[in-house]
Design a protein around this ligand. Structure first.
Ligand code: NAP
Length: 288
């Protein structure tokens, strides 16, 4: 097995982002600024927010954090978002999900200005991604795309794994990962199958795919019976189990195969925050 080192690729990209931030400061006289919003005290969300703020600091991006009370209403959250939308100091807005009441998460996301939507979850940006005809167009137009799927495409490009003409299967159809990733693979000229919990013959479909992407949220869900020789396997899953962190792919089952794969941890995970930094730069450029 050949491993894709997400940490190394991510570190290289962050150095480039740091340079761009320096250049922006020299030319525009200000640092890009990311506003983060956490509602409540969810321990996992607190850890994620902390890492995002730390990554911003390391890249020279300013961060502005707001922690709203657990019982904040939808109106309270939208009112803060409106303030940040208006602020000329703020380039990007990140609302940490899930909310304590996640039923109105999409309403809150819809309130974020599409120009500041660094998570790429606003319908306007999701729509732009769906309308885009090629990867070049996505890059040239600085389209804000959901961070994890964007990170997966960067991992493939930086590892010199060609996507064009390949058959790819994405298992999972969430708005956060599966759907945007399928669109990105399509824009990179793969022939894409989107699989989900109602898909029949999943094993056979995976076994025929050149690129298998697991975004299921089910520990060790895929094993060697799903993967063909010389396939590329991207494990997006992050599952906390009594034995520690693991992906959606049973690593021990596939480790002796002739495949290229992302480990968990150290594969897709580090790229997500790097893409958040990248999207903050894009948002800065859009705003200026
Ligand atoms: P999600 O919203 O729960 O979506 C899971 C998807 O998997 C759904 O589309 C579901 O199908 C599908 N699924 C569930 N059981 C299945 C089965 N037996 N066969 C085929 N498909 C099945 O999860 P998500 O937000 O997309 O996240 C997926 C995983 O990625 C999680 O482990 C999450 O922690 C991880 N993640 C990692 C990062 C990172 O930075 N590395 C970022 C985000 C998410 P239905 O639609 O039919 O229910």
């Amino acid at each position: 097995m050949k491993l894709i080192d997400g940490k190394k690729i991510s570190n290289e990209l962050r150095l480039g982002i740091k340079d761009q931030v320096k250049k922006i400061k020299q030319e525009a006289g200000k640092f890009p600024c990311l506003a983060t919003i956490l509602v409540g005290q969810n321990p996992a969300s607190q850890v994620y927010i902390k890492s995002k703020i730390k990554a911003c600091q390391e890249a020279g991006i300013q961060s502005l954090h707001h922690n709203l009370d657990e019982n904040s209403s939808k109106e309270d959250i939208i009112s803060l978002i409106n303030e940040l939308n208006k602020s000329s100091e703020v380039d990007g807005i990140l609302l940490q999900l899930p909310l304590p009441n996640n039923e109105y998460a999409q309403d809150c996301i819809n309130a974020i200005s599409p120009l500041k939507d660094v998570d790429g979850l606003h319908p306007f940006n999701a729509g732009l991604l769906n309308l885009s005809k090629s990867w070049d167009e996505i890059i040239k137009k600085n389209i804000l795309v959901s961070c994890t799927p964007l990170g997966v495409i960067y991992l493939l490009h930086k590892s010199n794994i060609s996507i064009e003409g390949k058959t790819a299967i994405v298992i999972g159809r969430s708005n956060l990962v599966g759907k945007p990733l399928s669109m990105l693979l399509l824009a990179n000229n793969a022939t894409v199958t989107m699989a989900h919990s109602k898909t029949k013959n999943l094993k056979e479909m995976c076994k025929n795919a050149d690129i298998v992407i697991a975004a299921v949220g089910n520990p060790k869900f895929l094993n060697k019976d799903f993967i063909k020789d010389r396939a590329t396997v991207i494990d997006v899953g992050i599952n906390r189990t009594p034995d520690g962190l693991c992906g959606d792919v049973d690593f021990n089952s596939v480790k002796d195969m002739n495949i290229t794969m992302t480990p968990v941890p150290g594969g897709v995970g580090p790229m997500t925050i790097t893409m958040l930094l990248e999207n903050t730069l894009k948002a800065f450029k859009k705003g200026h």
